[in-house]
Design a protein around this ligand. Sequence first.
Ligand SMILES: NC(=O)c1ccc[n+]([C@@H]2O[C@H](COP(=O)([O-])OP(=O)(O)OC[C@H]3O[C@@H](n4cnc5c(N)ncnc54)[C@H](O)[C@@H]3O)[C@@H](O)[C@H]2O)c1
Length: 442
Amino acid sequence: MTPSIVKPAEGKLGILIVGNGAVATTFMTGVFMARKGLAKPIGSMTQYDKIRIGKGENKRYLKYDEIVPLTKLDDIVFGCWDVYPQNAYQAAMYAEVLKEKDIEPVRTELEQIKPMPAVFDKNYAKRLNGDNIKSCKTRWEMVEAVREDIRRFKAENGCARIVVLWAASTEIYVPVEETVHYHLADLEAAMKADDREHVAPSMCYAYAALSEGAPFIMGAPNTTVDIPAMWELAEQTKMPIAGKDFKTGQTLVKSGFAPIIGTRCLGLNGWFSTNILGNRDGLVLDEPANFRTKEVSKLSTLETILKPDEQPDLYGHGNDEDTQYFHKVRINYYPPRNDNKEGWDNIDIFGWMGYPMQVKINFLCRDSILAAPLCLDLCLLSDLAARAGRYGIQRFLSFYLKSPMHDYTQGEEAVNHLYQQYTILKNAIREMGGYEADEEMD
Ligand SMILES: NC(=O)c1ccc[n+]([C@@H]2O[C@H](COP(=O)([O-])OP(=O)(O)OC[C@H]3O[C@@H](n4cnc5c(N)ncnc54)[C@H](O)[C@@H]3O)[C@@H](O)[C@H]2O)c1
C-alpha cells in the first residue's frame, strides 16, 4: 500500500445546485434529516457501501470514508439557482415527493435556501414560466454573472470548496457542432458573439463552475460538458467533470439486466421501454425537442452492452433494416402519477434454435427518491476527485450515469455494463486510497 495522495476534506463543501425542483429538494431535505438522525441516506454508496481491500487472509471490507477522506454530511452547505423564486421548503412542498412529516423537522434549514436568479433562455425549456431570471444580454454575461454568484456564495458561507451539480430541467437537444464545440477558443468566441443556437444556458453554468475551480456534474442528458471544448477547459483548470443523466430507474434496470442476456449469449429482437411520469420533469419532457435529448441518452445504454457487429446472430436482427434489435424508449406525461413513475419494459429475446421468449419488467419507482442518493455520491466523489488531482472526464462515475461521457473523438466507447462500471468505481476508490486496483469480483 502506498499512502493516499488525496488532500484532506478540511472545511466546508458548498454544493451549488442548478435547479430547485423535485430532485434537488429531495436531496437537500434528506441530507438535513440524516444530519439530525431523523432519516437514513439509503441508496447512497458513499454512506453504506464497503469495498474489499487486500486479498486472501488479508482482505478487509471498508467503507469509502475509511479508504479515502470524504466530506462529512455535517460539512455540506447548500445553495441553488432556479427560474422560480420559491425557497427550498416551498419547492419541496410543491414537488410533493416527500411527506410533510419528513420536511417539517428541517423547515428552517430549507427556508434559508433561496434560489439565486437563473441564467435561462425560454427556447431551451418552453414549458417553464418562472421570472427569477438574470437579465444578461449575452451568453458571456451569463458566464460572468454565475461566476460572481459562485464567488459570493463561497465567501459568504466560508466554504473551502465548491461543487456545482445540474439538477435542472432537460434542455432541448444541442447536437455537437464541430466549429463551436470542439475547441475552447471557438466556444468562448460563440459565447461572446451570443450564439444562442449552439450555447445552451447550461454551458454557461459549467464554464463558470470550472473557471471558479469547482467540479461540474451534469445530471440531465444535456450535452453541456460532453464536448471537447469543455474537456479542454477542465484540463486547463484541473477540474473534474461528470455526466450525463442520472441512471436511476429504468436505465439502471436495463444496464443490470442486459448483461444477463449478453453473458448467456441469448438473442435479442427488441426492447421496448415506456414510462408514465407526472412531475415537472415530465412536463418539460413532453416537449418533443426536450424529449429528444432524453431519448438519445436512454437509447445509448444497450448499444455498448449488446453489440450487433460482434454478435450478428444474436443482436443483428429485429428492426426495419434488419441490422440490429429494435430499441424504443417512450416517456408519457401523466400528471396523476407526479414523481411516482411507472416503467414497463417488454424484452423480446430468443434462445436455442431461435425460439422466442419474453421478459416483462414493471418498475413502480419514485424518481427523486432514486436520484437523491446519486446526487450525494456524485458531489462527494467529484470533490474527492478534485482533491486527488484528477481532472477532465471522471470515467469512474459512469456507474451513476445513463449516458457516460467518453472521448468520442478518439473512438473511445462508453462503458454501460453496470458490473463493469462498479469495478471501475471500486478501483478508482482503491487507487485514491493508496491501495492496489484489481479485477476480482466480490
Ligand atoms: N429523477 C430522476 O430519476 C432523474 C433521472 C435522470 C435525470 N433526471 C434529470 O434531473 C433533472 C431534474 O429533475 P426534477 O425531477 O428535479 O425536475 P424539476 O422540474 O422538478 O426541477 C428542475 C428545476 O430546474 C429549474 N430550471 C430549469 N432551467 C433552469 C436554469 N437554466 N437555471 C436554473 N434552474 C432551472 C426548473 O425551474 C425546475 O424547478 C431533470 O433534467 C431530469 O431529467 C432526473
